[in-house]
Design a protein. Structure first.
Length: 172
């Protein structure tokens, strides 16, 4: 059994769909990775970051300058494209007058983007080749996992797999 590194440039299975604006041009070969700024194919992390709206960013920075830095946490959140920029702006506006409220808003604006979908490691199972026995016998009809207790196919508890079929034996 071999594993494919999900972050490998040669990974034929990307971790997520590639956005249309980042897709490879039609003239590129099918195996060519798509270009995405600063990222390789299949490497774009799945975070809660949103594309910043330029109008909101401009408004946030103008308000920050006019308020002499009072609304700085909101401007930082808008520029970084944080998913909680509305909450940061509200906390900054209503509680920023206290030093504690302003610092809380600044921490919320500057914290790292949260991962919303962790990349999963992919496992590739290599097919086994069975030598033909005397008389040209065919390989076994079903090759699967060895006999043992596994998560039940219906998702409730565990069930015994005898190597070929599920048995009626169940465990919690």
């Amino acid at each position: 059994m071999s594993q494919i590194n999900p972050y490998s440039q040669d990974n034929p299975y990307p971790l997520h769909p590639i956005p249309q604006h980042a897709a490879a041009p039609a003239s590129a070969p099918a195996s060519a990775p798509a270009s995405y700024p600063g990222q390789g194919w299949g490497r774009v992390p799945l975070t809660d970051r949103r594309e910043p709206d330029p109008a909101v960013v401009v408004i946030a920075w103008v308000v920050t300058v006019l308020t002499l830095g009072y609304m700085l946490p909101w401007a930082i959140a808008a520029t970084r494209g944080t998913s909680n920029q509305g909450a940061v702006g509200l906390i900054n506006l209503l509680l920023g007058w206290s030093l504690v409220g302003w610092i809380v808003a600044l921490v919320l604006a500057a914290r790292a983007h949260q991962v919303v979908g962790a990349p999963m490691a992919m496992t590739v199972v290599v097919a086994q080749q069975f030598p033909q026995g005397p008389g040209g016998m065919a390989p076994p009809a079903h090759v699967g996992p060895p006999a043992g207790w596994y998560v039940s196919p219906d998702g409730y508890g565990r069930q015994f797999w005898d190597g070929a079929t599920w048995t009626g034996h169940r465990a919690p």
